[in-house]
Design a protein around this ligand. Structure first.
Ligand SMILES: Nc1nc2c(ncn2[C@@H]2O[C@H](COP(=O)(O)O[C@H]3[C@@H](O)[C@H](n4cnc5c(=O)[nH]c(N)nc54)O[C@@H]3COP(=O)(O)O)[C@@H](O)[C@H]2O)c(=O)[nH]1
Length: 657
């Protein structure tokens, strides 16, 4: 029952926060306001006091205790114990537990074992609304991965199509040219026979016709027709033959003086295409040549997967008559030369010059598919290769939405915590401060080092809410570390985003309150963060930090290109010599002299110096000799939980006491 109610209430709160659009928008600008506690309506509902009217007590910090004990932060979604009744523990924290008084409706539910959880992640929650659900993101990834494969397969299909398109059109054109040549040679032969015989049917004419047919590769017979009678052929004289099949027929087409008759049965059997040439004006005397239509198709150049056909456009019947080939009679597109896409596939049509004969090449979709299947394997292999490349590129160069979401959720759930690396006086081992370094206790991956999430936090803008969360922990830990040695400071790393506007100052207002409250804080800015586009704003921010009691140092000094200009323009307190210089101290003379120059520079500008990455006794001694006495490095201590730092402080304070 309790878990059901808890679930419902969680939903209620989610809905609630969605309706609070105006405060949500305000939180984006990191302005103080409703994020410093649960929204007013929610507070009224649970009977909790307003954090404005009664500021929430400093986090008694179960999480801090856990961290101090070295066990890391509370896990995501875990209730934090120790909340006082009616109180809102933690201001603007990531995860707040509210225990409602018994009188309120929520209190009554509490008596049944219910605890309310208000997830409070102001700068994060509204962007979570825009987030794609995991399943949809996975689909987007899948689609992006499948894209190269799909493109390669489509490309290979297009190539198959192109292969057939090109060859079908080419073959049809070549064939049509060949037919034109044959028919023109027939026309020329008829003209020659007319000139030689003058239409007489005598032995000389028969001989001339026989010779012409003998020497021709295409024409099987020549003949002379008079008044509808075939009177002689290249074979010899004939008895008068009446009603020969072609007599009086309308030609299928005319080209110049030549007429073509659709294939018809001849007196010697078989079907022939007849080329007729009228001998006189009265159209009663003709000289003709018989052409086996099959001959026109024999000149077809066969190609695998391409059907071919030769069709006569018969003006007499108004239909297409097949002269040969295996292609089925195409539709209306057969009379339009060119390439056509039909329901069955591709059709290429070419006309034989002026003659009403068409060469047709048809490629069925099945043939294209068969050809494509032979290309699929190499195309798929290339596609997979590109998919793998795309996967690598996407993972490497695209903002990683998944990782950003995870980090966002991690920040909201309080999975990020701080460890401290002490900064000591290299002469006597006195602890003068510590650098706060972020760690992420990932619920699945375990501890994640900053190298893996700080760049992501910086590029996604999450660095700002992340730092706010860390500053809250630093505030609590400073309280736990008391009494602090004189001048002790904890330094927090800042990023470029903190200088783009006054969000950092708003953040500090919320965490430490306004005014000079930052006496135990230091801030580290790396050279690369202070690009020229934020330089002016950076100066304002650094001045304000100083006014509030903090010290600001330039981190990784010597690794950037603009360090000197920052030293001139920013009111800095110290510079941290990059560990690469420190490491080179005991090996490279040139670098060692560089450190000397940095020391001279710092002295002339009245700046403090801290050496980073001190790992060996030799480095310590050399630095001390150079006058760089504040050290940070594994020689002294690695980054450790607040409890360990506390123990170290107690230990180093004891001899003095
Ligand atoms: N904007 C923020 N940046 C942060 C924050 N927390 C950390 N960081 C930056 O991440 C980088 C890596 O940090 P980390 O892995 O914690 O490494 C630090 C030290 O552990 C390491 N170190 C210290 N002493 C030694 C040593 O003797 N040898 C050695 N090999 N490494 C050592 O150096 C890192 C501290 O560097 P720096 O900040 O330059 O002082 C790092 O760039 C962090 O700045 C964060 O909260 N915000």
């Amino acid at each position: 029952m309790a878990s059901v109610s808890r679930l419902r209430l969680r939903r209620f709160m989610v809905r609630y926060s969605w309706r609070e659009s105006a405060p949500m928008r305000r939180c984006r600008a990191c302005a103080a306001g409703p994020h410093d506690g649960p929204p007013a309506a929610f507070r009224r509902c649970v009977g909790a006091p307003s954090p404005v009217a009664r500021p929430a007590p400093r986090r008694s910090s179960a999480a801090a205790e856990r961290r101090a004990a070295g066990v890391g932060p509370a896990r995501r979604g875990e209730d934090k114990p120790g909340a006082t009744a009616c109180g809102v523990r933690g201001q603007g924290g990531d995860l707040l537990t509210v225990r409602a008084p018994a009188r309120t409706p929520f209190g009554r539910l509490r008596r049944r074992g219910l605890r309310l959880i208000w997830r409070h992640a102001p700068p994060v929650c509204h962007s979570m609304r825009r987030r794609l659900p995991r399943a949809r993101r996975a689909l987007v990834w899948l689609a992006l991965m499948a894209l190269p494969l799909a493109l390669c397969l489509s490309l290979s299909y297009l190539l198959s199509l192109q292969h057939f398109r090109g060859s079908a059109l080419e073959l049809a054109d070549a064939h049509a040219r060949r037919i034109t040549e044959i028919l023109r040679s027939g026309d020329a032969l008829l003209a020659q026979l007319e000139a030689e015989t003058a239409g007489r049917c005598d032995a000389g004419t028969i001989l001339a016709m026989r010779e012409a047919v003998f020497h021709s590769r295409y024409f099987r017979e020549a003949g002379i027709e008079q008044d509808g009678n075939l009177v002689c052929t290249s074979e010899g004289m004939l008895p008068p033959l009446f009603d020969i099949p072609n007599a009086g027929r309308t030609p299928a087409g005319r080209v110049g003086a030549m007429e073509m008759l659709a294939p018809t049965k001849t007196i010697r059997g078989g079907r022939s295409l007849i080329l007729n040439r009228p001998l006189r004006e009265d159209r009663r005397h003709f000289i003709n040549l018989l052409l086996d239509p099959q001959v026109l198709s024999e000149v077809l150049d066969p190609r695998e997967g391409v059907q071919s056909g030769t069709f006569l456009d018969d003006a007499e019947s108004g239909t297409l008559v097949r002269l040969g080939g295996d292609a089925s009679i195409p539709g209306p597109e057969a009379r339009r030369p060119g390439l056509h896409r039909t329901g069955q596939g591709l059709v290429a049509v070419a006309r034989a010059g002026p003659f009403p004969i068409y060469s047709v090449r048809a490629v069925s979709d099945a043939s294209i598919g068969r050809h494509w299947r032979t290309q699929v394997q190499p195309a798929a292999a290339v596609g997979f290769l590109f998919s793998a490349l795309a996967f690598w590129l996407l993972r490497r160069y695209l903002p990683r939405a998944d990782a950003i979401d995870e980090l966002r959720e991690g920040i909201a759930a309080g999975e990020l915590y701080v460890v401290y690396q002490p900064i000591l006086d290299g002469r006597d081992g006195r602890i003068v401060g510590a650098e706060a370094l972020a760690r992420w206790q990932h619920p699945r991956r375990g501890p994640v080092m900053p190298d893996q999430f700080i760049p992501l936090a910086e590029t996604s803008g999450l660095i700002v809410p992340m730092t706010e969360g860390l500053l809250r922990q630093v505030r609590d830990d400073l309280a736990m570390l008391e009494p602090l040695p004189p001048g002790f400071r904890i330094s927090v790393n800042l990023a470029q985003a903190h200088f783009a506007d006054d969000r950092l100052l708003g953040c500090l207002d919320r965490v430490f309150g306004p005014g000079p409250t930052l006496g135990h804080l230091g801030f580290e800015i790396t050279e690369r963060e202070l690009l020229s586009n934020v330089a002016v704003q950076a100066r304002t921010v650094v001045e304000e930090l100083t006014r509030r009691g903090a010290e600001v140092s330039l981190d990784d000094f010597g690794t950037g290109y603009s360090g000197l200009s920052h030293l001139r323009h920013l009111p800095l307190h110290s510079i941290k010599i990059d560990r690469s210089f420190v490491w080179a101290l005991d090996t490279e003379a040139v670098t060692a002299s560089l450190v000397e120059s940095i020391v001279v520079l710092a002295r002339s500008l009245n700046l403090g110096l801290v050496a980073e990455g001190v790992e060996t006794e030799a480095q310590r001694e050399r630095l001390n000799a150079l006058g760089v006495v504040l050290h940070q490095g594994w020689l002294y201590a690695r980054a450790e939980p607040a409890a360990a730092l506390k123990a170290r402080l107690v230990q180093t304070a004891e001899p003095a006491a």
